[in-house]
Design a protein around this ligand. Structure first.
Ligand code: 5RP
Length: 214
């Protein structure tokens, strides 16, 4: 099955988790775009969405789906998002689309996190995909030195400014055998806004398009 068809299959499969009257948390990326297309077909059944990025907000609104501010909503029953890597414990690397901070916020507010991926995203050990770290701009070099001390090779994502006005370091060369510990450790560094490891709040369900559904 072609790559895009696998992403579409995953996005469409997540509709099974949407219940009537829900406010649905919506992630960011090309797989999520397929979910948004499918969600638009049942938009009369839902209350609306909470979005994780400006890009997804524009897609949702263009399809006539109401977008709520997270502050106006209590806990969200469902969050649907893609990932750059997913291990066997449903821990994720996210942030390839630079939306990791708002994605982590919405995921944390959600009772259930359904992750939608194509089979290429499945790995035994996280880290082949460079780990995105969102940093306050003035702390870029400071954080980069700390990441080097921990065995990583950070690369400044040239020209990328996040929805929050920050910058991204993509950390190459990590082999992340304890994602919870690494997420906790990197979160402590001054200047780090968000680490693209979703291990403390990992996925609850992983839908792999074009493969058996996990
Ligand atoms: C954006 C993300 C995306 O979920 C991740 O990059 C996967 O994207 P795609 O579905 O386009 O492969 O974390 O920040």
């Amino acid at each position: 099955m072609p790559h895009d068809a696998q992403k579409r299959a995953a996005g469409e499969a997540a509709i099974a988790y949407v219940e009537d009257g829900m406010v649905v948390g919506v992630g960011t990326g090309s797989t999520v775009a397929y979910f948004i297309d499918a969600l638009a077909k049942i938009k009369h059944r839902i209350e609306g969405a909470v979005s994780s990025s400006q890009a997804s907000t524009e897609l949702l609104q263009a399809r006539g789906i109401r977008v709520f501010d997270l502050n106006a909503i209590g806990p969200i029953p469902l969050y649907v998002d893609g990932a750059d890597e997913c291990d066997g414990d449903k821990c994720l690397i996210k942030g390839g689309g630079a939306a990791l901070t708002r994605e982590k916020i919405v995921a944390s507010a959600a009772n259930k996190f359904v992750c939608i991926i194509d089979p290429s995203k499945r790995v035994d050990v996280l880290g082949k995909f460079p780990l995105p770290v969102e940093v306050i701009p003035m702390a870029r070099s400071l954080v980069a030195r700390e990441l080097v001390r921990r065995g990583g090779a950070p690369v400044w994502r040239d020209g990328c400014v996040t929805d929050n006005g920050n910058w991204i370091l993509d950390v190459h060369g990590l082999r992340i055998t304890d994602p919870v510990a690494m997420e906790r450790e990197l979160n402590q560094l001054a200047g780090v806004v968000t680490v693209g490891l979703f291990a403390q709040r990992r996925a609850d369900v992983v839908l792999v398009g074009g493969a058996e559904m996990a």
